[in-house]
Write a protein that binds this ligand. Structure first.
Ligand SMILES: CC(C)(COP(=O)(O)OP(=O)(O)OC[C@H]1O[C@@H](n2cnc3c(N)ncnc32)[C@H](O)[C@@H]1OP(=O)(O)O)[C@@H](O)C(=O)NCCC(=O)NCCS
Length: 170
């Protein structure tokens, strides 16, 4: 799979993305918006472990965002199970030096369409922390609808935060 968009390409991860991944993912501002499972600091070892999983998982659900031939971000879904087998949770991040150029708006819209086509999903959702208006805006521009505010849902960096439930349904 490869989605070639105006500003970026979405493609499968490769083991040789490790150096670029470790460089761009090693950013406290990126980490602050993500689950603690995303390491910080982000080492070469972390990159290799992630890539080992991402490149062997079946089906492939984690993809690389490439700008000018360099791996500078990630986008993926986590497929639900059991009664949630038609839903998936969506996650993404982009290297800070590329923020505010419209890259993630483009990527999220196209990747959501791809996921609805490729997997038998009826719902794709994301739960940005309430202190992340950029992510909420990206989701809104990609057609996600705000379904609610989950009070005190997250502890991040020692702070209790609300999260926002955004979803696109088919
Ligand atoms: C959130 C993130 C993915 C946004 O990517 P991006 O490529 O910079 O986003 P875009 O440029 O496509 O669009 C950002 C939108 O948010 C707006 N925005 C950016 N920063 C903002 C802020 N601090 N407050 C309000 N709006 C903001 C932009 O103005 C733009 O909206 P507009 O087109 O209406 O002006 C990126 O900042 C990131 O990777 N952050 C860290 C990880 C993360 O938050 N992941 C998502 C977890 S749910």
């Amino acid at each position: 799979m490869q989605l070639t968009l105006e500003q970026c390409t979405i493609r499968p991860w490769q083991m040789n993305d490790a150096k670029s991944l470790a460089k761009h993912a090693n950013n406290r501002r990126v980490w602050l918006a993500l689950r603690d499972a995303f390491p910080h600091p982000y080492t070469a070892n972390d990159a290799n472990k992630f890539l080992q999983n991402a490149t062997t998982a079946q089906p492939t659900t984690n993809f690389c965002i490439e700008v000018d031939g360099v791996a500078v971000g990630g986008i993926g879904i986590h497929l639900g199970r059991d009664v949630h087998r038609h839903t998936a949770e969506f996650g993404y991040w982009l290297a800070e030096e590329f923020w505010r150029r419209g890259i993630m708006t483009e990527a999220v819209g196209a990747f959501t369409d791809f996921c609805f086509d490729k997997f038998s999903l009826h719902r794709i959702y994301a739960e940005p922390f309430a202190n992340n208006p950029a992510s909420a805006r990206v989701l809104e521009k990609a057609g996600f609808v705000l379904e609610g505010r989950l009070k005190n849902n997250v502890v991040k960096d020692g702070e209790l935060l609300d999260s926002l439930m955004y979803a696109r349904t088919k």
